[in-house]
Design a protein around this ligand. Structure first.
Ligand SMILES: [Zn+2]
Length: 48
């Protein structure tokens, strides 16, 4: 399990609804909406 950086939910990498790669790292999201939010401001969410 990994943490959705946008909403903080625990997400299973195998069943994540959406993923995004930022600076060589893969992020997992509970929904496409969280991915869209992340991609608007990746710097804000990529840094914990
Ligand atoms: Zn989420």
């Amino acid at each position: 399990m990994v943490k959705d950086p946008v909403c903080g939910m625990q997400v299973n990498e195998a069943t994540a609804a959406a993923t995004a790669v930022h600076k060589g790292r893969t992020y997992y999201f509970c929904s496409p909406a969280c991915k869209a939010t992340f991609e608007k401001k990746p710097e804000q969410y990529a840094s914990r």
